[in-house]
Write a protein that binds this ligand. Structure first.
Ligand SMILES: [Zn+2]
Length: 333
């Protein structure tokens, strides 16, 4: 293998066999620069360029910790190709512990991609990320979890583009990340990744980009971090960036999402949910009940179809129309 040249994003440059860390500016507030933390890990040998972004939603801690651990663990001497890592994309959300939206302009970074250079600050961030950071790579993993108040079943998603070569690579990346559940979406479908997300926008720029989800509800659990770290390592083995056997392309237990359905409260009160994340449920099955202020059952919460519990909203009190849980409708993958 021949030695490689340096990789550079703005004034941050990593020579072959080197890891460098720094920041890139994308705007300012009255107190100073707004910056993205960036790590370049440049292997000694030729290989793909893989971008890892966490903290687009910066109260999703398991994925953030996973990218931090990967940055610490990856040795440029053992790496083929380049890893471009952003441990926390939305630093203002991270330091203010703000879920879902930027405290600066109230926008959800994963709903406004590709953004715009002449937009508000989150739109500028999306534009800089896609052009200069994710756009510097051939492959991309956007790491997420359930946000505050959301428990989640791990999965990996890819947004189909209609370009067969790109889509075959994207599906393979999703399968490499998650042996359990994959979500391959089209622009019209009811499953993620959705238009407006970074992963969706990246694929439209020709980057093979997947959405990786594990963890949630503001927690930092070892088993969730492991899903992300193991998934990323599996993707890197699949891309031959690190040593080890490639994972089997389709595990027998792997399921593909076809649709997802939200069960909402018709009545108000305290929710006693018996269903758990990952449970297989069937139509008519009782999943819990809702109690009035006097403790009487006012509604039995029942499944209206067959599926797997993919998301539970952790609020214990509901009003009419509030979501309680969401289940995946799946088929063998
Ligand atoms: Zn998220």
């Amino acid at each position: 293998m021949r030695a490689r040249g340096s990789v550079q994003i703005r004034d941050l440059s990593a020579a072959s066999g080197e890891q460098v860390r720094g920041w890139i500016d994308f705007g300012e507030t009255a107190s100073g620069s707004l910056r993205i933390p960036l790590v370049l890990i440049n292997g000694r040998e030729e290989g793909p360029r893989l971008c890892l972004t966490a903290g687009v939603h910066a109260t999703e801690y398991a994925p953030i910790d996973a990218v931090m651990r990967l940055v610490q663990a990856l040795d440029p001497a053992q790496l083929r190709g380049t890893v471009i890592a952003v441990p926390v994309t939305n630093v203002r959300m991270f330091e203010s512990r703000t879920g879902f939206v930027s405290p600066l302009d109230g926008l959800n970074l994963n709903k406004i991609a590709p953004g715009r250079a002449d937009g508000s600050i989150s739109e500028i961030l999306a534009d800089v990320l896609l052009r200069e950071v994710i756009g510097a790579a051939e492959y991309h993993i956007d790491f997420h979890a359930g946000d505050l108040g959301e428990e989640l079943q791990p999965f990996a998603g890819y947004s189909l583009t209609g370009f067969a070569d790109l889509d075959a690579k994207g599906e393979a990346l999703a399968r490499a990340f998650s042996p359990m559940l994959i979500s391959l979406s089209t622009p019209e479908s009811t499953i993620p990744p959705f238009p407006g997300s970074l992963s969706y926008a990246a694929t439209r720029n020709g980057v093979v980009s997947i959405l990786a989800e594990a963890g949630g509800d503001g927690t930092l659990k070892e088993e969730d971090v492991r899903v992300h770290v193991d998934g990323a390592m599996s993707v890197m083995r699949h891309l031959a960036m690190i040593d080890g056997a490639a994972p089997p392309n389709a595990g027998t237990r792997c399921l593909a999402a076809r649709d997802r359905v939200v069960i909402r409260a018709k009545r108000a009160g305290l929710v006693r949910l018996t269903a758990r994340i990952g449970d297989r449920i069937s139509a008519g099955q009782e999943l819990g009940d809702i109690r009035s202020i006097f403790g009487e059952v006012v509604e039995r919460v029942c499944a209206n179809g067959d599926g797997i519990v993919g998301l539970i909203w952790t609020h214990k009190v509901v009003n009419t129309g509030d979501p309680i849980l969401r289940y995946w409708i799946t088929e063998p993958a």
